[in-house]
Design a protein around this ligand. Structure first.
Ligand code: GLU
Length: 279
């Protein structure tokens, strides 16, 4: 064994050792029980997206930003965790239910639509935002004006395990749908011409459009209702109530609107009235 590979192994072992305390607290001290509500563990693991500007983004300097990040940080604060006690776990669309069911995260705020199918596996607090599915094309495109025009041999990109991809499969079977793991991969494909359009929630598309001024435009009207919730372990009613109380407080205090304006204002979206929470 060369000295190089030995040191690589040592570094690997150290990294693993450093990661373990976080892994151990991922369940928040509740062995499949309380899901970590109430500050039982030292840190809390929260799932979000890492590549969605304005919503959930890991910045080059390692900091996190976005509306989902701010909502999750506020909720964590109400559960007794200061921002330095939060460990962020990237949560791609198709992995969210698994991450929750396996106890790898205490909760997920990741443009996560509340649906009946998902409710069979996880529970949701919220909703804390309502948006709708839309389409993003290159700014010079003239022949895609709405979802119906996609059936003219257009290639559409969306993400595996997302509600927008499912809607296209159910309702527009003539469309050539390519499913990637992340929306940022779809955006790259749109930029380089590999696909003709990207579909997902309007707030997500607006975030990408704002990141590359002049490159893209949103076309047509939203054609679904996406109600963003905070996903947590199924039937953990104690944690769900605590998260709902935190959301209510965030909305009533003005912190919700402030977070919305800060993160999504630059994308040209004005803050709506926060939706009423589900029972
Ligand atoms: N809100 C939709 C969903 O939960 C699309 C966004 C996403 O994939 O995160 O599937």
């Amino acid at each position: 064994m060369s000295p190089k590979s030995l040191s690589a192994r040592v570094v690997g072992a150290l990294a693993l050792a450093a990661a373990l305390p976080f892994a151990a607290t991922a369940c928040g001290g509740g062995d499949g029980g309380g899901g970590g509500a109430g500050g039982g563990g030292d840190t809390i693991v929260i799932g979000t997206k890492f590549d969605q500007p304005g919503l959930g983004q890991k910045n080059p300097d390692g900091t996190m930003s976005g509306f989902d990040v701010d909502v999750a940080t506020y909720v964590a604060g109400e559960l007794g965790y200061t921002p330095d006690k939060i460990e962020w776990k990237e949560s791609p669309s198709a992995q969210r239910e698994n991450l929750i069911q396996n106890g790898q995260v205490t909760f997920i705020a990741a443009t996560y639509s509340i649906t009946d199918a998902r409710k069979e596996k996880v529970s949701f607090a919220g909703p804390y935002l309502i948006t709708g599915q839309s389409l993003l094309v290159r700014s010079d495109n003239t022949d895609i004006t709405g979802e119906a025009s996609l059936e003219n041999n257009k290639i559409l990109c969306s993400v595996s395990g997302s509600t927008p991809a499912q809607k296209i499969k159910d309702k527009y079977q003539g469309v050539q749908l390519q499913q990637y793991d992340t929306y940022s991969a779809c955006i790259d494909a749109l930029k380089n011409g590999a696909v003709d359009a990207v579909t997902t929630d309007e707030v997500i598309l607006a975030g990408y459009a704002a990141q590359s001024p002049g490159a893209f435009k949103i076309v047509g009207e939203p054609f679904s209702e996406e109600r963003y919730g905070i996903g947590l372990k199924k039937d953990d009613t104690e944690l769900r109530t605590k998260i709902n109380d935190a959301l209510k407080k965030m909305e009533e205090s003005g912190a919700w609107k402030e977070a919305f304006d800060k993160n999504l204002g630059p994308a040209g979206i004005t803050a709506p009235t926060p939706p009423p929470l589900d029972n």
